[in-house]
Write a protein that binds this ligand. Structure first.
Ligand code: BGC
Length: 736
């Protein structure tokens, strides 16, 4: 059996993937749409040329309220159409985890997917595709035709408040997964973005922090994730980010937008700004095509000012034509003019919930399972469930991506922020409740619940129980990074006390970032359930009781200590008086994040370079069965090996192939992966094709493979590697 690694995901595991109903646009569709767009641009009158170049945020918020057109849907964005030319308005909604809740202003609900990290922990592009197809269909049913999805920033700093929205620290994994999600979304006649381009690595000072990085390191890491995502997903829009990159605002970066994205990568879609990320009119010349949510910027640059420039200067006139052509290319390639989305469409929340359930089941990571404390016996007599709002639902992440089911959150913890944004920045617990799901699973057991507010009470319950399950939560949000890796509100002390009272203590983590586990030696079982989405409680119970054999693998390193990181202290966190959303306290505020420290060695690559041991490494995850992966042969860029299920239960295995050395010099890179379902005793041969960019250096001449020996090894995770196997590659240089 020869299978390309990104196609390997066992379709049989994906219970009810919403397929989308159309064909996601191919590169060829985009080329045809581009030709059609050129014809329309010729037919445009001068006044029409500044219609598609700017939009508003159709919400009654902000310092400068705008008139909201009658056909706008409350959501992130609205760009007027041109009826004379049959060009529809763009109706934009967040985001990657579902159709966003926008503080409940629309009074409807949507199906929340598990967090980005949870989806990525499946290492399964089919899961990402199914999730994308589902949220794209829900967006359509609500009348939206643009999803501001595709968050693919590498998790350079695990304390980033938006880590939960993103996918992983590795460009190959992130790129393939985001590409699959975008294909799913765009299979609904919906435009998807890929975002936030680029190097938007922290929320602290997000509107002015300067990400410093060499060109080679950027191309081999963060930009590679975007490049692969664009190749795989053909997103019709790119959202440029708030931050500064090597001195230029990302939305004003001629280099990032014109040279790399539109030049080297020959991408034909349109660049939209992030909301409030446009510093000036010159951004147009530097490659920005559309000013989004313009009332959040210092000025509406992309309307009258743009028209005046175009009238006076042929270079600007040509640029304006190109801006229109690019927006039209996206509209035509997605087919949103011929297949208009209409609000009031029917959504089958039960069916869509199944998609979220499957994603969470495959994304839960069994971190520790000493003495096979898990799965739990369904005939346990007394189970103490403690903490984490487990009686209400599962935690979700805050900010623009916040999604809530019909009826809104089951529990909400306000943060005391004033004004209309308050609803965006409260901790929401939603979806199915773990407590109810545990009770349903262990129907004969006496299952007690204590909220964990009082340690003495939790200890008392734990002492009387056969097993104690502590739910520990850590909220994270757009707009604010994490101060440190601790679990907040005394939860570490709660876990330690419960573990001391009951040797059968299981910890279920619901976190958006890696966390410290000072109690780890004291508890036999730990699962990372992330933010679980619409059916989070059911998925957790299913893993706890063994109906689901866990198969998730960490897409991010859990450090043992902050001192192991390239930046032990997150830049600016303790020094800057930034506002919650990262606005500069003064226009002159300066802040840099020096990404040249690790360069392209993000996450596990940095740990390998420094010989550091993680608390839990990238790629780690246990199963209720056992596997053997062996027989690795590498011939040029083809790797083959066999995986066998050596245990007694059916289960999915995530095979990981790592580059370990180049020319005899140690260098660790994920070079391929495959998720495969195996019955007990079953074995399957796997062939992976290695992307040469993972092995190459980027230089001004393009990608270069140095001739010589390359060593590869199969890994249980990034730290536990089998004996390496070598192949010799000829030297080669090529352009993108
Ligand atoms: C976020 C984007 C989002 C946009 C619109 C911004 O604050 O950074 O991810 O798509 O708002 O809501």
């Amino acid at each position: 059996m020869t299978i390309k690694f990104w196609m390997l995901a066992s379709a049989a595991c994906v219970a009810s993937a919403s397929p989308g109903w159309a064909q996601a646009p191919s590169a060829n569709d985009v080329t045809q749409a581009d030709a059609r767009a050129a014809v329309t641009v010729k037919a445009m009158q001068p006044g029409e040329k500044i219609v598609l170049t700017h939009g508003i945020m159709p919400l009654p918020f902000g310092d400068k309220p705008v008139a909201i057109p009658a056909d706008a849907i409350p959501g992130a964005g609205y760009v007027a159409g041109i009826a004379r030319l049959g060009v529809p308005a763009l109706k934009e909604t967040d985001a990657s985890l579902g159709v966003a809740y926008v503080g409940g202003i629309r009074k409807d609900g949507a199906t929340p997917l598990p967090s980005g990290l949870a989806q990525a922990a499946t290492w399964n592009p089919d899961i990402l595709y199914a999730g994308g197809a589902m949220i794209g269909a829900e967006a359509r049913a609500k009348g939206f035709n643009v999803l501001l999805a595709g968050g693919v920033n590498l998790t350079r700093d695990p304390r980033n408040g938006r880590t939960f929205e993103y996918l992983s620290e590795d460009p190959l994994l992130s790129g393939h997964l985001v590409g699959a999600a975008i294909r799913g979304i765009q299979s609904n006649h919906i435009i998807s973005t890929i975002k936030h381009y680029a190097l938007n690595g922290q929320e602290t000072g997000r509107k002015f922090v300067n990400s410093e990085i060499s060109e080679a390191a950027a191309r081999e890491s963060d930009l590679l994730a975007f490049q692969i995502g664009i190749e795989q997903g053909q997103p019709l829009s790119v959202m440029c980010s708030y931050n500064v990159v090597n001195g230029a605002h990302a939305c004003d970066s001629d280099h990032l937008l014109n040279t790399v994205l539109k030049g080297d990568w020959r991408w034909k879609g349109f660049v939209m700004s992030d909301w409030g990320a446009v510093p000036s009119l010159d951004t147009a010349i530097h490659g920005l095509d559309q000013q989004s949510g313009a009332q959040l910027d210092p000025k509406l640059f992309f309307a009258d000012d743009l028209a005046a420039k175009a009238k006076a200067d042929p270079q600007w006139a040509a640029r304006l034509d190109d801006m229109n052509r690019r927006v039209l290319t996206a509209i035509y390639a997605a087919g949103i003019d011929k297949n208009p989305a209409t609000s009031g469409g029917k959504i089958d929340f039960v069916k869509d919930g199944e998609v979220a359930l499957e994603a969470e089941k495959q994304g839960i990571v069994l971190l520790k399972n000493d003495g096979n404390v898990l799965p739990l016996a369904k005939n346990a007599k007394r189970i103490a469930v403690i903490g984490g709002f487990a009686a209400a639902g599962v935690l979700s992440g805050g900010g623009s991506s916040q999604t809530d089911p019909e009826g809104g959150p089951k529990a909400s913890v306000p943060l005391g922020i004033d004004g209309p944004w308050a609803a965006f920045f409260a901790q929401h617990y939603h979806g199915t409740a773990p407590l109810a799901a545990i009770r349903a699973m262990a129907s004969k057991a006496d299952v007690t619940f204590r909220d964990g507010a009082f340690i003495s009470e939790a200890v008392d319950q734990a002492k009387r129980a056969d097993v104690a399950i502590v739910f520990a939560t850590k909220w994270s949000t757009e707009g604010k990074d994490q101060a440190d890796f601790t679990l907040p509100n005394g939860q570490d002390a709660l876990i330690a006390a419960v573990a001391a009272a009951n040797p059968h203590t299981i910890v279920v983590l619901e976190t958006g970032n890696p966390v410290d586990m000072p109690w780890l030696d004291k508890v036999p079982g730990v699962i990372e359930a992330w933010y679980g989405g619409a059916r989070g409680g059911d998925a957790i119970a299913s893993v706890l009781f063994g109906e689901t054999n866990p198969s998730g693998r960490l897409p991010i390193t859990f450090p043992a200590r902050a001192s192991q990181l390239p930046r032990p202290v997150l830049d600016g966190y303790w020094d800057l008086e930034t506002n919650f959303m990262g606005d500069p306290p003064t226009p002159a505020t300066k802040l840099s994040a020096n990404y040249n420290i690790e360069g392209s060695d993000v996450g596990y690559r940095w740990f390998a370079r420094k010989g550091e041991k993680a608390l839990f490494p990238f790629g780690h995850g246990l199963s209720y069965t056992s596997f053997a992966a062996d027989g690795l042969k590498v011939d040029g860029l083809k790797a083959s090996f066999t995986v066998k299920n050596t245990g007694a239960r059916a289960g999915a295995y995530v095979a990981q192939l790592y580059l370990t050395a180049r020319g005899g010099e140690a260098r660790e890179r994920l070079a391929g992966f495959a998720r495969i379902m195996l019955q007990p005793g079953e074995s399957k041969p796997i062939t992976l094709t290695i992307d040469p960019r993972i092995l190459a250096d980027w230089t001004e001449k393009g990608w270069t493979i140095k001739g010589g020996p390359y060593s590869f090894a199969l890994g249980e995770d990034a730290e536990h590697l089998a004996a390496p196997v070598s192949t010799t590659l000829k030297s080669k240089t090529w352009k993108d």
